[in-house]
Write a protein that binds this ligand. Structure first.
Ligand SMILES: *Cc1c(COP(=O)(O)O)cnc(C)c1O
Length: 359
């Protein structure tokens, strides 16, 4: 049986995709071998890579003046690659602090440049997104970096910052492909695969042509966006199996009706769960209503002494990986694209039943 997996990542994948992987695991398209065993330089793999890019472009509506890079590094590596590649002789960059992941990017950015924290919600305990009116953007910044969905804190931007001529760079890891996204508003988008794209081992970069220049001298060669684009993401052996599974996920999204359909389902799933949490006095959430994430929903039991019992009973009901991130504690339900509404309803039923016994 398949349990409902609420992990924030590596996360649940569509059952349909995993079934297809199983069917083709030993014998991919009648070739008598596994995708894992294909040379990355073979015409077969080149075709998989081209299809993956084409499907991603179609699903997301990537304009022609943007390049797609399939990176072997996780999302974290981009915290170094972004300054190395995008500073281009400038000494300052703007960062928006809204939670754990945007802060990690700030810490890393400080190795390379003068980081201006143009807005922060730290004094607000990361519970609301600072309004753009209060941001202090630097017109000389090389770029503005932010994280559009804070996986751990449970905040999500429902608007796109306006940074004028300064390129906007976004870590969209944990809600990438969960709804339509106007790519043309960004200089660069990046996302780790293991949240909403596929298995771990891959991150995607979508970058505007005019931002592609050779990086700071001394940059490790694998960390150059410029060279990765020239090499068609093959400066070295790419994570071939993960790219193949990601391409199956893109095709699955197309079959679901694309990102507009995904957005509608994701909206409904998160709305019913927040509604159940709001109606209960037994559970509490902390994020301001308009800034709540549809993907990652942290919540707490009013009595943390019940946490372990809650998790044990949830496990027994095949509702898995609900433990919150260690820095915030409590619980977290991640409702990525591949989590069906039935899983959310099963969780709500358990929440109510647990409350009736322990409340
Ligand atoms: C998971 C996550 C990361 C880190 O991803 P890695 O692939 O482990 O490097 C970075 N940013 C966000 C928003 C994330 O959700």
């Amino acid at each position: 049986m398949r349990a409902y997996n609420f992990s924030a990542g590596p996360a649940t994948l569509p059952t349909e995709v995993l079934t297809q992987v199983r069917e083709e695991l030993l014998d991919w398209q009648g070739k008598g071998l596994s995708v894992m065993e294909l040379s990355h330089r073979s015409s077969e793999f080149m075709q998989i890579l081209a299809m993956a890019e084409q499907d991603l472009r179609e699903v997301l509506g990537v304009p022609d003046n943007y390049r797609v890079i399939f990176c072997q590094e996780g999302a974290s590596a981009h915290w170094d690659m972004i300054p190395l590649n995008l500073l281009q002789g400038r000494s300052r960059a703007d960062y928006i602090e809204t939670g754990y992941w945007s802060y990690r990017a700030i810490e890393e950015g400080r190795r390379y440049c003068q980081v201006n924290i143009a807005a922060s919600n730290r004094s607000d305990q990361f519970c609301a997104i600072p309004a753009q009116n209060d941001w202090r953007l630097d017109p000389e910044a090389a770029y503005v970096h932010y994280c559009s969905n804070e996986t751990i804190d449970g905040l999500e931007f429902n608007w796109i910052p306006d940074t004028g001529k300064v390129p906007l760079v976004v870590d969209a890891s944990s809600h990438f492909l969960s709804r339509p996204m106007p790519v043309e508003r960004f200089g660069m988008i990046y996302a780790g695969a293991q949240k909403n794209i596929g298995p771990a081992g891959l991150s995607l970069v979508i970058i505007r042509d005019d931002l592609l220049h050779p990086p700071v001298p001394g940059t490790p060669f694998l960390m150059s966006y410029h060279d990765q684009v020239l090499a068609n993401s093959m400066l070295n052996t790419p994570p071939t199996f993960t790219i193949w599974v990601a391409s199956l996920v893109f095709q699955w999204i197309k079959r679901q009706g694309g990102l507009t359909a995904m957005a509608a389902v994701n909206q409904r799933k998160s709305a019913v769960l927040y509604d159940a949490l709001d109606r209960s006095g037994f559970y509490r959430t902390t994020v301001k209503r308009g800034d709540r994430s549809r993907m990652n929903i942290p919540f707490h039991l009013r009595d943390p002494a019940l946490d372990e019992t809650f998790l044990r009973e949830a496990d027994a009901r095949h509702l898995l990986q609900l433990r919150g991130h260690r820095v915030v504690g409590g619980m977290r339900a991640s409702l990525y694209n591949a989590m069906p509404m039935e899983g959310v309803l099963a969780l709500i039923e358990f929440l109510q039943e647990f409350e009736s016994r322990h409340g």
